[in-house]
Design a protein around this ligand. Structure first.
Ligand SMILES: Nc1ncnc2c1ncn2[C@@H]1O[C@H](COP(=O)(O)OP(=O)(O)OP(=O)(O)O)[C@@H](O)[C@H]1O
Ligand SMILES: [Mg+2]
Length: 234
């Protein structure tokens, strides 16, 4: 079987919600990104694919304003992230971005309900309305039975749906998901992906979905491949 043709990523469109252009990042002697570009429009689900160590997570971290690139720029809703202060970037991450990682990374001391309510509380919402909204999201993600339990007392699939509820509860414009199904069996993985895609479609959120599995990328509208720190489109 011949590999599909890969072409350099086109110039980001002017209508993009979020776009990173010419991103480079080195960690000491290791170059994680050479020249990576990715732009995403509202409502789009883009899969970022590539081998282990190719630079996928670094690209996601640059786009989300977690890591500052050495070169290139990231523009969100027309503003460059590098022009914001650290506090401004943190505030933007809390208000506009949602995050989902491979291992839910729920706070072990809090119940699942409190975990989901946490981003709302950090945004200044009072406990009662925050927990009410959190409860609605747990219900929607088919995991309301976990509300009063701690993360250590729920299954991997349940925990990941709780983490997804936490990523979506603030109504983010962009959801960043880094190998969100990497620790799940295929059935639970598919459930998380279906719920993520449905929620994003409904709210018009863009999703950057990092994965190295073709099965996971099949849920995306579009694929971007990262190879040796460079982006290519399929
Ligand atoms: N904080 C860091 N310090 C040093 N090197 C790093 C750091 N983060 C990433 N790297 C290196 O940069 C390269 C790209 O890493 P990255 O995590 O972006 O890859 P990835 O495509 O997400 O891989 P995986 O599929 O294994 O998660 C790798 O060689 C990695 O070892
Ligand atoms: Mg990674």
């Amino acid at each position: 079987m011949t590999a599909p043709a890969l072409a350099p990523q086109p110039t980001p469109s002017a209508t993009a919600l979020l776009s990173g252009t010419g991103l480079a990042k080195a960690f000491g002697a290791t170059t994680a990104l050479h020249d990576a570009s990715l732009s995403i429009e509202a409502g789009e689900l883009v899969a970022v694919m590539g081998a282990s160590g190719s630079g996928k997570s670094t690209l996601l971290h640059c786009l989300a304003g977690i890591v500052e690139p050495d070169a290139g720029s990231v523009t969100y809703q027309g503003s460059r992230l590098s022009e914001l202060t650290d506090a401004g970037r943190s505030a933007l991450r809390r208000s506009d971005f949602g995050f989902l990682f491979q291992f839910g990374q729920l706070v072990p001391e809090l119940t699942c309900l409190e975990n989901v309510a946490l981003p709302l509380r950090l945004n200044g919402l009072r406990r009662r309305p925050a927990e009410q909204l959190a409860r609605e999201w747990l219900e929607r993600l088919e995991v309301s039975g976990s509300a009063g339990r701690r993360p250590s007392d729920v299954s991997g699939g349940e925990g990941q749906r709780v983490a997804l509820a936490r990523a979506l509860v603030t109504g983010p414009q962009v959801v960043f998901a880094d190998e969100p199904t990497g620790a799940l069996d295929s059935l639970n993985g598919e459930r998380v992906l279906r719920l993520l895609r449905a929620a994003a479609r409904e709210s018009g959120a863009a999703v950057v979905l990092v994965t190295h599995e073709a099965r996971v990328a099949a849920y995306a509208d579009r694929e971007v491949v990262v190879r040796d720190g460079r982006t290519l489109t399929r």
